[in-house]
Design a protein around this ligand. Structure first.
Ligand code: PGA
Length: 253
């Protein structure tokens, strides 16, 4: 059975003062029944790791370079994230794709680098509003999956996050039917590429304006194994409510 995952993406928010939120989260969830992950800015990774101590909350990066090391000013290698305590890394987030022109092939190379450093890759896919309005959502997601997932992707080292670009940071969320349709499609694509048994091992997250008020409804949707949470992960009280909703959600497949 897939382990449910509540992942927080702090994006470019937070300084050491923000670690007070992590302290509160650890206190609220000393023994979470789901996997809990926070992906802070890289500057906070080691501090956060120290703050978490032995508590069962994991940390992750928000991006990594495809190379193991080298002359890449400003970039961070997957092994460096691991060295700072990370177990996961978010790759191909729509903000990376838009702000840094990351194409699927780049995301695939980064995913391979993450796997080589024993990090679990959270690979993000999702359509823009124009693509949804044009009826191209499933095609876009198929193309991103085909291009972004390396052949070595497996359920144990890769999570797929469906994040419609128009739902990120906007307060708008797709209908439950729209989320269900795309998640079922992603599972079918994984089945076609990796085989039926392996496809069942990949966790599929929904991301885009998840908050305490809509979390339980989203977690009740078939094939939703958790969430990638941006804004609502910054405050312990909000993220804690989302974690609790996930703990109470029906068991995934
Ligand atoms: P949001 O961001 O929850 O603030 O919409 C989600 C994400 O980008 O991962």
């Amino acid at each position: 059975m897939r382990q449910k995952l509540a992942a927080g993406n702090w994006k470019m928010h937070g300084t050491r003062a923000s670690l007070v939120e992590v302290r509160a989260l650890v206190a609220a969830h000393p023994d979470p029944a789901v996997e809990v992950l926070i992906c802070p800015p890289a500057t906070l990774l080691a501090w956060m790791d120290a703050e978490i101590g032995q508590a069962p909350i994991r940390t992750g990066g928000q991006d990594c370079h495809a190379a193991a090391s080298g002359a890449h000013t400003g970039d961070i290698a997957a092994a460096m994230l691991a060295d700072a305590g990370a177990s996961h890394v978010i790759l191909g987030h729509s903000e990376r794709r838009a702000d840094h022109g990351e194409a699927d092939a780049t995301v695939r190379a980064k995913t391979e680098a993450a796997h080589a450093a024993d990090l679990t890759a959270i690979v993000c896919v999702g359509e823009t509003l124009a693509e949804r309005d044009a009826g191209r959502t499933l095609d876009v997601v198929s193309g991103q999956l085909a291009g972004s997932l390396p052949d070595g992707a497996r359920g144990r080292n890769t999570v797929v996050a469906y994040e419609p670009v128009w739902a990120i940071g906007t307060g708008r969320t797709p209908t439950e039917a729209q989320i269900a349709e795309v998640h079922a499609h992603i599972r079918a694509e994984l089945r076609a590429r990796f085989g039926a048994a392996e496809a069942e091992r990949f966790r599929l997250l929904y991301g885009g304006s998840v908050k305490p008020a809509n979390a339980a409804g989203i977690f009740a949707i078939a094939e939703v194994d958790g969430a990638l949470v941006g804004g609502a992960s910054l405050k312990a009280a909000d993220f804690s409510a989302i974690i609790s909703a996930l703990e109470q959600a029906p068991a995934p497949g």
